[in-house]
Design a protein around this ligand. Structure first.
Ligand code: FES
Ligand code: FE
Length: 384
């Protein structure tokens, strides 16, 4: 165990309770965080043919992600340019050659161009090229489609890839897991009645591990000491003696992924990619969480378990590894839901405190404050 960087015993304050309950704070987070930064939207392989689509909530916008007729990914705001009707009301589905608005039947091709509208020939003034769907910037990484609603998106390399690599360090390179080439073995969606920041904070610390994660601390005994793996750059938590795999009972998992280094074997790495993604790396699979904050007190989390394609194709039983982190998720989200009402208590008006093993959460809080302070001028002063 590496030495802790803080003065022993020091406590630092958290954000105040209002940050987790106030709709106005949440609105500003939507504007200045989720609508300003890159958010992970969809596992790209789910969109397996032209016209396959997913809709996701990013900040205050519904976004459609699909593939055009050449198979290239496209993302658009899910809003008709005629009079604003929502185009796709379903979460996922298959479009034909085009996307037709259910209200007055304006029709867009899979590149977002307006290609038809009733009576259009009798409306020579309508410049079709001016009324295409509003495109949304997208990038692919780790096999996921990431979208950014900003007019000028920040550098993906710096704010997403760079931030993830920095957390993990070169020695434990995330690239070795070839996450983009893995196959989806299981997905579980959790509707969590808690503020998204509680979920981030919980993921960042392991002070709670000994209390609420009996199965996880059995597999990763050092977690019982309260120090999270991501506390130290490049530190992976080592499997306990006698633990054969990252499974609910420590039984053997699958073969190590082919490019994972010896130094990464029998270790668990965790990375937070702000604002909405957690990546968990173990030798034979990757677990990736995507958060979709819907309200100050509600966050939907999609958790994917990704394995070598041959494991999924063979129909092998993945339940041993799924069950371990599913239990961890339920334990964590229960804790977040238990905490959410306390955020509105006068006991938490001025916030709480972070003990030394949680001090890196203070860096997250500083980041949130900075994001909310940076934005269009003229908004009310910062309530967080
Ligand atoms: Fe979509 Fe009228 S609102 S066609
Ligand atoms: Fe936890």
């Amino acid at each position: 165990m590496t030495t802790t960087p803080e003065a022993p015993g020091s406590l630092i304050p958290t954000l105040p309770g209002l940050s987790y309950t106030d709709p106005e704070v949440f609105r500003r987070e939507q504007e200045r965080i989720f609508e300003a930064l890159w958010c992970c939207a969809v596992r790209s392989a789910e969109l397996d043919r032209p016209g396959a689509f997913r809709t996701v909530q990013i900040g205050r916008e519904s976004v459609i992600v699909t593939r055009n007729r050449s198979g290239e990914l496209r993302a658009f705001l899910n809003s008709c340019r005629h009079r604003g009707a929502r185009l796709c009301t379903e979460e996922a589905g298959q479009l034909r050659r085009s996307l037709q608005c259910p209200y007055h039947a304006w029709t867009y091709d899979l590149d977002g161009r307006l290609v038809a509208a009733p009576n259009l020939v009798r409306m020579p003034d309508v410049d079709r090229s001016a009324y295409g769907l509003v495109p949304v910037a997208l990038r692919e990484w780790l096999g996921y489609t990431w979208v950014c609603l900003a007019d000028e998106p920040p550098s993906f390399e710096e704010t997403v890839i760079g931030a993830a690599v920095e957390r993990l360090g070169d020695a434990a390179s995330i690239d070795r897991y070839r996450t983009g080439e893995l196959a989806l073995g299981r997905r579980i969606t959790y509707d969590v009645r808690a503020n998204w920041k509680l979920i981030v904070e919980n993921f960042m610390e392991c002070y709670h591990c000994a209390t609420i994660h009996p199965e996880l601390t059995e597999v990763l005994p050092e977690f019982a000491e309260g120090y999270a793996a991501q506390y130290y750059v490049g530190h992976g938590a080592e499997f306990g003696e006698g633990i054969k795999g990252f499974t609910v009972d420590g039984s053997a998992g699958f073969a190590r992924l082919p490019h994972v280094a010896d130094a990464q074997d029998r270790r668990y790495y965790a990375i937070t990619v702000k604002p909405t993604v957690f990546v968990n790396l173990v030798p034979d699979h990757v677990i990736l969480h995507r958060m979709f904050p819907l309200a100050a007190d509600r966050t939907v989390v999609e958790c994917d378990w990704l394995y070598a394609p041959e494991v999924v194709v063979s129909g092998a039983d993945v339940s041993g590894s799924v069950e371990l982190f599913h239990r961890v998720n339920v334990q964590d989200f229960d804790a977040c839901e238990r905490t959410q009402p306390g955020m509105a208590s006068r006991a938490y008006r001025d916030g709480g405190v972070l003990v030394p093993s949680e001090h890196h959460i203070g860096i997250f809080h500083a980041w949130v404050r900075e994001r909310l302070a940076a934005g269009p001028a003229g908004l009310p002063s910062d309530p967080v």
